[in-house]
Write a protein that binds this ligand. Structure first.
Ligand code: 13P
Length: 282
Protein backbone atom coordinates (compact mmCIF):
# COMPACT_ATOMS: atom_id res chain seq x y z
CA UNK A 1 0.00 0.00 0.00
CA UNK A 2 0.95 3.59 -0.49
CA UNK A 3 1.23 4.97 3.06
CA UNK A 4 2.44 7.92 5.14
CA UNK A 5 5.65 8.32 7.10
CA UNK A 6 3.68 8.49 10.33
CA UNK A 7 2.25 5.00 9.72
CA UNK A 8 5.55 3.28 8.96
CA UNK A 9 7.37 4.97 11.82
CA UNK A 10 4.72 3.89 14.32
CA UNK A 11 5.30 0.30 13.21
CA UNK A 12 9.10 0.73 13.38
CA UNK A 13 8.85 2.12 16.92
CA UNK A 14 6.84 -0.89 18.09
CA UNK A 15 9.42 -3.26 16.60
CA UNK A 16 12.54 -1.26 17.62
CA UNK A 17 13.77 -1.08 14.04
CA UNK A 18 14.39 1.63 11.43
CA UNK A 19 12.79 2.07 8.04
CA UNK A 20 15.22 2.60 5.17
CA UNK A 21 14.76 5.90 3.34
CA UNK A 22 16.56 5.66 0.02
CA UNK A 23 17.20 8.65 -2.25
CA UNK A 24 16.41 8.03 -5.87
CA UNK A 25 17.55 10.27 -8.70
CA UNK A 26 15.47 8.75 -11.48
CA UNK A 27 12.57 6.35 -12.06
CA UNK A 28 14.81 3.43 -12.97
CA UNK A 29 16.09 2.90 -9.43
CA UNK A 30 12.60 2.40 -8.00
CA UNK A 31 11.97 -1.28 -8.80
CA UNK A 32 15.36 -2.25 -7.34
CA UNK A 33 14.57 -0.52 -4.05
CA UNK A 34 10.91 -1.48 -3.75
CA UNK A 35 11.33 -5.15 -4.77
CA UNK A 36 14.06 -5.67 -2.18
CA UNK A 37 11.89 -4.11 0.54
CA UNK A 38 9.07 -6.51 -0.43
CA UNK A 39 11.43 -9.50 -0.31
CA UNK A 40 12.66 -8.36 3.10
CA UNK A 41 9.06 -7.77 4.28
CA UNK A 42 9.76 -4.24 5.46
CA UNK A 43 8.15 -0.94 4.51
CA UNK A 44 10.32 1.45 2.53
CA UNK A 45 10.64 5.19 2.06
CA UNK A 46 11.51 6.51 -1.39
CA UNK A 47 12.87 10.03 -1.15
CA UNK A 48 13.61 12.60 -3.77
CA UNK A 49 15.12 16.06 -3.77
CA UNK A 50 13.12 18.92 -5.26
CA UNK A 51 15.43 18.59 -8.29
CA UNK A 52 14.59 14.92 -8.88
CA UNK A 53 10.89 15.64 -8.36
CA UNK A 54 11.01 18.24 -11.14
CA UNK A 55 13.17 16.07 -13.38
CA UNK A 56 10.92 12.98 -13.18
CA UNK A 57 7.64 14.80 -12.52
CA UNK A 58 5.80 14.79 -9.17
CA UNK A 59 2.74 12.99 -10.49
CA UNK A 60 4.86 10.37 -12.25
CA UNK A 61 6.72 9.58 -9.03
CA UNK A 62 3.48 9.30 -7.05
CA UNK A 63 1.90 7.06 -9.70
CA UNK A 64 4.89 4.72 -9.92
CA UNK A 65 5.28 4.43 -6.14
CA UNK A 66 1.58 3.67 -5.79
CA UNK A 67 1.56 1.04 -8.50
CA UNK A 68 4.78 -0.64 -7.35
CA UNK A 69 3.49 -0.74 -3.76
CA UNK A 70 0.45 -2.63 -5.06
CA UNK A 71 2.33 -4.80 -7.53
CA UNK A 72 4.98 -5.95 -5.04
CA UNK A 73 2.71 -5.96 -1.97
CA UNK A 74 4.74 -3.64 0.26
CA UNK A 75 4.16 -0.39 2.14
CA UNK A 76 5.80 2.51 0.31
CA UNK A 77 6.14 6.15 1.42
CA UNK A 78 7.09 8.85 -1.08
CA UNK A 79 8.98 11.61 0.74
CA UNK A 80 10.28 15.00 -0.40
CA UNK A 81 13.76 15.36 1.12
CA UNK A 82 15.22 18.67 2.39
CA UNK A 83 12.51 20.91 0.99
CA UNK A 84 12.94 24.59 1.76
CA UNK A 85 10.63 26.29 -0.69
CA UNK A 86 6.95 26.42 0.25
CA UNK A 87 5.77 26.41 -3.37
CA UNK A 88 7.80 23.24 -4.02
CA UNK A 89 6.26 21.68 -0.93
CA UNK A 90 2.78 22.61 -2.07
CA UNK A 91 3.44 21.05 -5.48
CA UNK A 92 4.54 17.78 -3.88
CA UNK A 93 1.61 17.61 -1.42
CA UNK A 94 -0.88 18.46 -4.17
CA UNK A 95 0.57 15.75 -6.42
CA UNK A 96 0.17 13.18 -3.63
CA UNK A 97 3.58 12.82 -1.94
CA UNK A 98 2.81 11.09 1.36
CA UNK A 99 5.59 12.78 3.33
CA UNK A 100 7.55 16.03 3.30
CA UNK A 101 10.72 17.10 5.03
CA UNK A 102 10.84 20.80 5.73
CA UNK A 103 14.47 21.74 6.25
CA UNK A 104 14.52 24.88 8.33
CA UNK A 105 17.74 23.86 10.06
CA UNK A 106 19.63 26.93 8.84
CA UNK A 107 16.99 29.28 10.27
CA UNK A 108 16.93 30.77 13.77
CA UNK A 109 15.01 28.47 16.16
CA UNK A 110 11.75 30.43 16.21
CA UNK A 111 11.77 30.88 12.43
CA UNK A 112 12.31 27.14 12.05
CA UNK A 113 9.27 26.50 14.28
CA UNK A 114 7.10 28.91 12.29
CA UNK A 115 8.23 27.60 8.90
CA UNK A 116 7.79 23.97 9.93
CA UNK A 117 4.37 24.60 11.43
CA UNK A 118 3.20 26.23 8.21
CA UNK A 119 4.28 23.10 6.30
CA UNK A 120 2.61 20.80 8.86
CA UNK A 121 -0.67 22.70 8.48
CA UNK A 122 -0.58 22.41 4.70
CA UNK A 123 0.66 18.81 4.57
CA UNK A 124 -1.91 17.57 7.06
CA UNK A 125 -4.72 18.88 4.87
CA UNK A 126 -3.28 16.83 2.00
CA UNK A 127 -2.87 13.77 4.23
CA UNK A 128 0.95 13.90 4.22
CA UNK A 129 3.35 13.50 7.14
CA UNK A 130 6.13 15.96 7.98
CA UNK A 131 9.73 15.57 9.10
CA UNK A 132 11.44 18.61 10.63
CA UNK A 133 15.13 19.21 11.34
CA UNK A 134 16.96 20.81 14.23
CA UNK A 135 20.71 21.31 14.29
CA UNK A 136 23.05 21.01 11.31
CA UNK A 137 24.19 17.92 9.45
CA UNK A 138 27.58 18.43 7.78
CA UNK A 139 28.77 17.53 4.27
CA UNK A 140 27.33 18.21 0.82
CA UNK A 141 23.99 17.27 -0.64
CA UNK A 142 22.69 18.02 -4.12
CA UNK A 143 25.53 20.55 -4.44
CA UNK A 144 24.82 22.42 -1.16
CA UNK A 145 27.77 22.27 1.25
CA UNK A 146 27.80 22.81 5.03
CA UNK A 147 31.24 23.66 6.45
CA UNK A 148 32.37 21.66 9.50
CA UNK A 149 32.56 24.85 11.61
CA UNK A 150 28.83 25.42 10.91
CA UNK A 151 27.80 21.97 12.22
CA UNK A 152 25.65 22.24 15.37
CA UNK A 153 24.34 19.24 17.30
CA UNK A 154 20.62 19.09 18.07
CA UNK A 155 19.81 20.52 21.49
CA UNK A 156 17.58 18.08 23.48
CA UNK A 157 15.49 20.78 25.21
CA UNK A 158 14.90 22.60 21.94
CA UNK A 159 13.91 19.26 20.37
CA UNK A 160 11.12 18.82 22.93
CA UNK A 161 9.80 22.34 22.32
CA UNK A 162 10.14 21.99 18.55
CA UNK A 163 8.14 18.76 18.45
CA UNK A 164 5.44 20.19 20.72
CA UNK A 165 5.07 23.49 18.84
CA UNK A 166 5.18 22.18 15.27
CA UNK A 167 3.19 18.93 15.34
CA UNK A 168 5.75 17.10 13.16
CA UNK A 169 5.78 13.30 12.75
CA UNK A 170 9.57 12.78 12.83
CA UNK A 171 12.64 14.80 13.78
CA UNK A 172 15.96 14.77 11.92
CA UNK A 173 18.82 15.12 14.37
CA UNK A 174 22.38 16.37 14.03
CA UNK A 175 24.69 14.03 15.93
CA UNK A 176 27.85 14.17 13.84
CA UNK A 177 26.77 12.56 10.57
CA UNK A 178 27.59 14.16 7.21
CA UNK A 179 25.80 14.06 3.88
CA UNK A 180 27.78 12.45 1.10
CA UNK A 181 30.48 10.82 3.27
CA UNK A 182 31.45 7.61 1.46
CA UNK A 183 35.24 7.40 1.64
CA UNK A 184 35.38 7.22 5.43
CA UNK A 185 33.10 6.48 8.38
CA UNK A 186 31.30 8.93 10.64
CA UNK A 187 32.17 9.66 14.23
CA UNK A 188 28.70 9.68 15.79
CA UNK A 189 28.01 11.32 19.14
CA UNK A 190 26.02 8.55 20.84
CA UNK A 191 26.04 10.64 24.00
CA UNK A 192 24.15 13.42 22.24
CA UNK A 193 21.69 10.98 20.66
CA UNK A 194 21.03 9.42 24.06
CA UNK A 195 20.30 12.84 25.56
CA UNK A 196 17.90 13.63 22.72
CA UNK A 197 16.21 10.21 22.99
CA UNK A 198 15.71 10.67 26.75
CA UNK A 199 14.27 14.15 26.26
CA UNK A 200 11.82 13.30 23.44
CA UNK A 201 10.64 10.06 25.04
CA UNK A 202 10.23 7.68 22.11
CA UNK A 203 9.44 10.28 19.42
CA UNK A 204 10.70 8.96 16.01
CA UNK A 205 14.15 10.31 15.14
CA UNK A 206 15.78 10.45 11.72
CA UNK A 207 19.44 10.03 10.81
CA UNK A 208 20.79 11.81 7.75
CA UNK A 209 24.06 10.99 6.01
CA UNK A 210 23.48 7.27 6.48
CA UNK A 211 26.10 6.27 3.91
CA UNK A 212 28.88 7.19 6.32
CA UNK A 213 27.42 5.24 9.25
CA UNK A 214 29.31 1.98 9.82
CA UNK A 215 27.43 -1.33 10.02
CA UNK A 216 28.47 -1.67 13.67
CA UNK A 217 26.91 1.70 14.55
CA UNK A 218 23.55 0.96 12.93
CA UNK A 219 22.25 -1.17 15.79
CA UNK A 220 23.44 1.36 18.36
CA UNK A 221 21.60 4.29 16.81
CA UNK A 222 18.42 2.27 16.33
CA UNK A 223 18.49 1.23 19.96
CA UNK A 224 18.76 4.95 20.74
CA UNK A 225 15.57 5.83 18.86
CA UNK A 226 16.47 6.25 15.16
CA UNK A 227 13.41 5.12 13.17
CA UNK A 228 14.11 6.56 9.70
CA UNK A 229 17.52 5.88 8.22
CA UNK A 230 18.51 7.95 5.18
CA UNK A 231 20.86 6.47 2.60
CA UNK A 232 21.65 8.25 -0.66
CA UNK A 233 25.29 8.39 -1.72
CA UNK A 234 25.89 4.66 -1.29
CA UNK A 235 23.25 4.00 -3.96
CA UNK A 236 24.59 6.66 -6.30
CA UNK A 237 28.22 5.51 -6.07
CA UNK A 238 27.30 1.90 -6.78
CA UNK A 239 24.88 2.83 -9.56
CA UNK A 240 27.51 4.97 -11.25
CA UNK A 241 30.33 2.45 -10.93
CA UNK A 242 28.20 -0.41 -12.28
CA UNK A 243 26.81 1.59 -15.19
CA UNK A 244 30.21 3.05 -16.08
CA UNK A 245 31.53 -0.51 -16.29
CA UNK A 246 28.50 -1.66 -18.33
CA UNK A 247 28.81 1.21 -20.81
CA UNK A 248 32.48 0.32 -21.28
CA UNK A 249 31.66 -3.35 -21.92
CA UNK A 250 28.75 -3.03 -24.34
CA UNK A 251 28.58 -1.99 -27.97
CA UNK A 252 26.98 1.36 -28.75
CA UNK A 253 23.95 -0.31 -30.38
CA UNK A 254 23.14 -2.54 -27.40
CA UNK A 255 19.75 -2.23 -25.73
CA UNK A 256 19.84 0.64 -23.22
CA UNK A 257 18.50 -1.91 -20.73
CA UNK A 258 21.81 -3.77 -20.76
CA UNK A 259 23.58 -0.74 -19.30
CA UNK A 260 20.92 -0.14 -16.67
CA UNK A 261 20.39 -3.68 -15.35
CA UNK A 262 23.86 -4.04 -13.75
CA UNK A 263 23.34 -0.67 -12.04
CA UNK A 264 19.97 -1.86 -10.72
CA UNK A 265 21.59 -5.01 -9.34
CA UNK A 266 24.25 -2.90 -7.64
CA UNK A 267 21.58 -0.70 -6.01
CA UNK A 268 19.53 -3.75 -4.96
CA UNK A 269 22.60 -5.21 -3.25
CA UNK A 270 23.17 -2.05 -1.21
CA UNK A 271 19.49 -1.78 -0.28
CA UNK A 272 19.31 -5.42 0.79
CA UNK A 273 22.40 -5.10 2.97
CA UNK A 274 21.07 -1.96 4.64
CA UNK A 275 17.51 -3.20 5.17
CA UNK A 276 18.81 -6.35 6.85
CA UNK A 277 20.70 -4.14 9.31
CA UNK A 278 17.73 -1.81 9.81
CA UNK A 279 15.52 -4.72 10.94
CA UNK A 280 17.77 -4.78 14.02
CA UNK A 281 17.37 -8.50 14.54
CA UNK A 282 20.00 -8.60 17.28
P1 13P B 1 23.96 10.15 2.30
O1 13P B 1 23.88 10.54 0.85
O2 13P B 1 25.19 10.64 2.95
O3 13P B 1 23.70 8.71 2.52
O4 13P B 1 22.76 10.96 3.02
C1 13P B 1 21.44 10.79 2.59
C2 13P B 1 20.53 11.74 3.29
O5 13P B 1 20.67 12.01 4.46
C3 13P B 1 19.45 12.32 2.52
O6 13P B 1 18.81 13.36 3.19
Amino acid sequence: MYVTLREVLAEATKLNMAVGAFNTHNLEMLPAIIKVAAEQKTPVIIQTSEGTASYVGHHNLVAVCRSMADEYGVNVVLHLDHAKDFDEIRKAVDAGYSSIMFDGSALPFKENILGTKRVVDYAKRGGASVEGELGTVGGTEDGVAVAQEDVRYTDPDQAVEFIRETGIDALAVAIGTNHGQYKSKTNISFEQLEKIRDAVKGFPLVIHGGTGVSDEDVKRVIDLGIRKFNVGTDLLVNWNLASRHAYGEHKENTSARNNVLPALDAVAEVVEHRIKLFKNLG
